[in-house]
Design a protein around this ligand. Structure first.
Ligand code: CP3
Length: 343
């Protein structure tokens, strides 16, 4: 295996001593980058995702231009519903749309779970090509959506603030919901194993909408499946779980097989450390809206954030994805502030 020149992320996830925390940004390959916008003007979203050369080029942009300590493969969590047989459209200015939604046993039975790795071989090809182009510069992160978040899109058919229909589906048809969550989980485990085999050094699981669940319901529809995924991958690659908004789950998830937990900005570093007993690496949690502050203030806030988390067992990141309106200079200032950190 090719050795990495910068393995800060892997060392932080193994809780080995590091000279400074590694830094990357969720959605680091995206609309705030002018070179991304050029490719976006030429090719539609799923063409960019499904063409390994384009996905690789986009993945490398923030590594070359922003100087992050990790690459995250350019893809989307919605490739799983797509590979399971549901049509997914990406509507300009509106986000994802799934014209046919899941509501009944017949709908669940019709989902495809065999050969999903084969259908998604464009992702593994993109990972292999990216790995080659990175030439060991930084680690490569693979990812998938968590089963609950994928169920949200499959049932709701589009984005939502409350995910009411997804919750109603789970509460009124619990057995069917568990069947669906289990089928997504099994598919996701195979998919993440294939990503590791193709070159992903770290795997992140995005539970973007877990925060709309009560602590009790999180334990029923989200947590067991996150734990299954972490367990299945524990001997394969380090896993980072990102249960956005579900601060209440941190203690129990810190006892799972995961190597890292992602945090949003709604929890203080001190409380997150207390809840996780210093057992697991924490990642986050800069509010992306703060990237619009003047560069000097970004630097000051980043220093305070690292002081609060501590250098060890920590990955500097945002609390959610970077938004399209952030100047490239500000994204760079965030990364530079971590790289120049000295207490
Ligand atoms: O740089 C990276 O982080 C890697 C690429 C990546 C994308 N999507 C590319 C993308 C990752 C990790 C994702 C994950 C993803 N996709 C999540 C989980 C992370 C999160 O933000 O909570 C979710 C919920 C999705 C679903 C999704 N995809 C939505 C809601 C949207 C539309 C909203 C938006 O941000 O535009 C997308 C489209 C999408 N996925 C874009 C990108 C760069 C924007 C496409 C464009 O307009 O060019």
């Amino acid at each position: 295996m090719q050795s990495l020149k910068n393995n800060l992320l892997l060392r932080a996830l193994r809780r080995e001593k590091v000279e400074r925390p590694p830094v990357w940004m969720m959605r680091q390959a995206g609309r705030y980058l002018p070179d991304y916008m050029k490719l976006r003007a030429k090719y539609d979203f799923f063409t960019r995702v499904q063409t390994p050369e384009l996905a690789t080029e986009i993945t490398l942009q923030p590594v070359d231009q922003i100087g992050v300590d990790a690459a995250i493969i350019f893809s989307d969590i919605l490739v799983i519903p797509q590979a399971m047989g549901l049509e997914v459209l990406m509507e300009e200015g509106k986000g994802p749309l799934l014209p046919k939604v899941i509501r009944t046993q017949k709908d669940v039975d019709a989902l495809e779970t065999d050969n999903v790795e084969e259908t998604l071989n464009y992702v593994t090809k993109a990972l292999a090509l990216t790995k080659q182009e990175l030439n060991g510069r930084v680690p490569l992160i693979g990812f998938a959506g968590a089963p609950w978040t994928i169920l949200c899109y499959m049932v709701e058919g589009k984005g939502s603030k409350t995910w009411e229909k997804a919750k109603q589906f789970c509460f009124t048809q619990p057995e069917l919901a568990h069947q669906l969550l289990q089928r997504i989980t099994d598919t996701t485990i195979n998919y993440l194993k294939a990503q590791s085999k193709a070159g992903a050094d770290v795997l992140q699981v995005f539970d973007s909408w877990s925060g709309c669940l009560s602590p009790r319901d999180f334990k029923i529809v989200a947590q067991p499946y996150l734990i299954q995924i972490a367990d299945a991958l524990k001997d394969i690659a380090p896993v980072i779980l990102f249960p956005k908004g579900s601060w209440y789950s941190l203690k129990e998830l810190s006892d799972s097989s995961a190597s890292g937990l992602g945090l949003d900005w709604c929890i203080s570093p001190q409380i997150a450390r207390e809840m996780t007993g210093n057992k697991i690496t924490l990642q986050g949690n800069f509010d992306p809206a703060k990237l619009l502050l003047p560069v000097e203030e970004i630097k000051k806030e980043v220093t305070e954030m690292i002081n609060a988390f501590g250098v060890q067992g920590y990955i500097a990141n945002l609390g959610h994805g970077i938004t399209p309106n952030i100047p490239v200079e500000n994204a760079k200032a965030f990364v530079e502030a971590v790289k120049n950190y000295s207490k």
